[in-house]
Design a protein. Structure first.
Length: 76
């Protein structure tokens, strides 16, 4: 996996880039679990805090499959 350039918004969540997509996803999940942002009833849904809301295009809640698509907009 080649390292990718991250947007400033994404770097605020996962740390400084560049980093491979797999590491970005790993860091995102670490952030989500650390801040207890998974829906307790449906662990596939992520409730966005202020930092994640910017990455998720303003959405307050996304499922884990949608998250991958929204994050790819912040990689180049």
């Amino acid at each position: 996996m080649k390292p990718m350039k991250l947007s400033e918004e994404l770097e605020a969540v996962v740390g400084k880039g560049p980093m491979p997509r797999s590491e970005v996803v790993k860091a995102l999940w670490a952030y989500i679990k650390k801040h207890d942002l998974q829906d307790p009833k449906n662990k596939r849904n992520i409730k966005a805090d202020d930092k994640l809301k910017v990455v998720f295009g303003g959405k307050a809640e996304v499922n884990m499959f949608e998250m991958t698509k929204l994050v790819s907009k912040h990689l180049s």
